[in-house]
Design a protein around this ligand. Structure first.
Ligand SMILES: [Zn+2]
Length: 456
């Protein structure tokens, strides 16, 4: 299941930096900001990124990839996170195009670009930066589209805004772009991958800029693409040994499944049809169709479509996950739990997100022994995905059903904590602590939440 969740405050403001670039007014833009959580997409993107980050010497730096629910093309680095818009993923026809973008962003990280902005972001008050960046974002949009209205809206809000933000948001220097391109090609060569996807992507974006209207992708603004940059890139990329190497067919299929899923969830059935116009009965088109039917149609029909796909791809974990989602909707929690259990067994590394789905289904059965199992599955799932704030709500429900009120209150406290709602978190942690044995693990965790001080 693809879920869009509101990020924690820190992520929210970092995402806001680029997200709002082309959408004013800021208040409306902020409403739209959401992070996408999905086991299938996250597994694929981290597979794309792993060898590149290793080649860049960043494998141990704990770089996280965060998916932002936004139709435009954008990818950017903030601190230790690489943010990628879902629109970037659906626009890319091949895995290699996304791998190229990740290689370029890794080049910026390894090169220490925008270092000053990052340091200043760490020091400044969060909300001050949000206000400044949102305002400047709108200003940049106005400048890009040559429409005075937007620019003026931006200037008003940015009036007290920081110089920092201006310098950072206006993007990388041309010299930094050239460095990141060259470094990216080194990483691609070192990992035996083609630089063609990166070239295709940047050519497409550079072409788009020439026709610039209001819908310029934010990426084009932060990553300047003058003609000579593209020309240099063409020359160097074509020299690479692996230029004509294609992505393995299995990877291409997973890529198309990802695009089908994002299209079905964020834009609906017609978007899936458009995306796979050239192969309307192919596996990816049918996957998107099954998801659309699950989301907007009858669960029985969706289940038939999912089962037909399972018959062709019996080892695909995420088809089992889809079956679980459908069976929950069909009010068959026990069958759903079995489907999620299969998904977990088939997915490498027991993804915490799948475990949360499993726990939810077990809880929905209402059978005391299964609810007990639900609590322990949710607990382990969340220990792997501690920032998945929604999951704590189910955990609290499970403990509630089991009559363990202090544990339910502690889970609620965790949920608020990981959503950045510290006041509510402390309230529930205090209530939990009063009923817990002093010094027990739950009591200590409650204490951590009570004593937590927000950075900055
Ligand atoms: Zn760049």
């Amino acid at each position: 299941m693809l879920r869009t969740v509101l990020p924690r405050l820190a992520a929210l403001f970092l995402a806001a930096v680029h997200l709002v670039v082309l959408s004013a007014p800021p208040a409306a833009a902020q409403r739209n900001i959401a992070i996408v959580r999905d086991a299938e997409i996250e597994a694929l993107i981290s597979e794309y990124a792993r060898p590149i980050l290793k080649a860049a010497g960043l494998a141990r730096s704990g770089i996280d990839i965060v998916l932002v629910n936004d139709r435009s093309f954008n990818a950017f680095v903030a601190g230790r996170r690489i943010f990628i818009h879902t629109g970037t993923l659906t626009d890319a026809e091949t895995p290699n195009e996304i791998i190229g973008v990740i290689a370029h962003e890794a080049g910026h990280i390894a090169g220490g670009h925008q270092e000053r902005l990052r340091q200043q972001i760490q020091r400044a008050q969060t909300m001050a930066i949000v206000a400044a960046l949102v305002g400047i974002g709108a200003g940049v949009a106005g400048a890009a589209s040559k429409s005075g209205g937007l620019a003026q809206a931006g200037v008003g809000i940015a009036a007290g805004g920081a110089e920092v933000a201006r310098r950072g948001l206006l993007g990388y220097q041309r010299s930094e772009e050239a460095t990141a391109d060259r470094t990216a090609i080194d990483y691609l060569n070192a990992t035996g991958q083609s630089a063609k996807g990166m070239l295709t992507t940047f050519e497409r974006l550079a072409g788009g800029l020439a026709l610039a209207g209001v819908n310029v992708d934010p990426y084009q603004i932060s990553h300047p693409m003058p003609r000579e940059r593209i020309a240099n890139l063409q020359e160097v990329a074509r020299k690479s040994l692996h230029f004509d190497r294609k992505d393995p067919p299995q990877l291409q299929l997973r890529h198309d499944f990802m695009r089908a899923k994002i299209a079905a969830y964020t834009q609906g059935a017609n978007a899936v049809t458009r995306l796979f116009r050239s192969d309307p009965r192919g596996l990816a088109a049918r996957y998107g169709d099954a998801i659309s039917t699950y989301l907007h149609g009858n669960p029985g029909a969706a289940l038939k479509k999912a089962d037909a796909l399972v018959a062709e791809l019996p080892r695909n974990a995420y088809l089992q996950e889809l079956r679980g989602d459908i069976l929950i909707k069909a009010n068959r929690p026990l069958d759903a739990a079995n489907a999620y259990a299969k998904a977990i067994a088939l997915a490498p590394g027991r993804p915490g997100l799948l475990q949360v789905g499993y726990g939810q289904a077990l809880m929905a059965t209402g059978k005391p022994d299964l609810v007990k199992k639900a609590a322990s599955e949710l607990q382990t799932g969340l220990s792997r995905e501690p920032e998945f704030a929604n999951g704590y709500r189910y955990l609290a429900q499970a403990y509630g059903q089991l009559g363990d009120i202090p544990a339910a209150e502690l889970a609620t406290a965790e949920g608020h904590f990981h959503s950045g709602q510290y006041r509510d978190a402390k309230l529930f942690a205090l209530r939990a602590q009063k009923q817990l044995k002093p010094g027990s693990p739950g009591w200590l965790r409650a204490q951590d939440i009570i004593q937590y001080k927000q950075p900055g």
